[in-house]
Design a protein around this ligand. Structure first.
Ligand SMILES: [Zn+2]
Length: 308
């Protein structure tokens, strides 16, 4: 059995964008409930996420952006940064824990204390550009973790796998000019944030798909487009931007994946890592807004990570 860490923090529940916002604290509650109902909690190593440090964050975001975010936190109520993205008094605590989770996961995996990790955190991160919060995201958790692996641990090549239904424009913004990082992604297009389809950077394997795409087409794309690029890049560590809003039951998007597709793609990522001589995988929650399918998909993904 693989040692899989489950990293989260109670502070991730403090970020609240309003009663009817789909990116809500109940997402983490649903995941916890399902994890326990599935009996999976007995097989995982649980860690509290630390706060990411300024040194870790500024590897991706400029210091003045972090200052602006801190200055935008309201004393009470909600302050909108754009129509989708808002701050509450607890937002930065949650955002720093979310980024810190990916950093801790990276440290634990590279020190050999665990084999892989899932970070059950919010706010998500893959829409956050270097200097811009958007799409429910403030700090780019997966980008901060990947840069930590490169800068603090001296890795030379990492990969980021993004199967969220939305294009990870923020992650692309962070790594478009960094050949150490290969990003492979699939996303509904045309769809929010309307980017990614025209990217020509050689380290970005973006595969836009139309609404209505189902698991069989998804698997073909992964096999034919992602896997050869991943094998050629030979990543020393693989990060997953694990969004589950491409699920058939998730109304946020119109792609029809189901739990078995998430299990299958997780198995492909494990195979890439093993072909590269390691098991280094850090998976970080992104989207997923139908609480039932989110929780079921996370449990299926984590079970596969843990070889259960
Ligand atoms: Zn999404």
């Amino acid at each position: 059995m693989t040692t899989t860490a489950f990293i989260t923090h109670r502070d991730c529940w403090l970020h609240d964008m309003g009663t009817f916002h789909p990116e809500c604290p109940d997402r983490l509650a649903a995941i916890n409930d399902r994890l326990i109902a599935a009996g999976l909690d007995m097989y995982l190593s649980f860690y509290d996420a630390p706060l990411a440090t300024e040194e870790q964050i500024v590897r991706v975001h400029p210091a003045n952006y972090l200052e602006e975010l801190n200055a935008s936190v309201p004393d009470h109520g909600i302050r909108h940064l754009d129509p989708d993205t808002a701050m509450s008094p607890g937002t930065m605590k949650a955002a720093l824990r979310s980024a810190g989770a990916g950093v801790l996961a990276t440290d634990l995996v590279l020190k050999g204390e665990i084999e892989n990790a899932f970070c059950a955190v919010r706010p998500p991160g893959h829409h956050a550009e270097r200097g811009k919060a958007m799409g429910f995201c403030f700090l780019n958790n997966v980008a901060i973790a990947a840069r930590h692996a490169l800068e603090a641990h001296g890795l030379e090549r990492v990969a980021i796998v993004d199967f969220d239904v939305h294009h990870g424009n923020g992650t692309e913004d962070a790594f478009r000019d960094d050949p150490r990082v290969l990003m492979v992604s699939i996303f509904q297009h045309p769809f929010y944030p309307y980017s990614g389809a025209d990217c020509t950077a050689p380290n970005m394997v973006n595969v836009p798909v139309p609404a209505g795409t189902r698991g069989d087409a998804f698997r073909t794309i992964v096999a034919e487009r992602w896997m050869p690029a991943l094998r050629e890049h030979k990543p020393q560590m693989v990060f997953i931007s694990a969004g589950f809003d491409a699920h058939y039951e998730d109304d946020m998007g119109s792609v029809g994946l189901v739990e078995s597709d998430y299990v299958w793609v997780t198995r492909q990522v494990k195979a890439v890592a093993e072909e590269c001589g390691h098991k280094n995988i850090v998976s970080i929650l992104e989207g997923g807004y139908s609480l039932s399918s989110l929780a079921r998909s996370v449990v299926a993904h984590v079970k596969e990570l843990a070889d259960l």
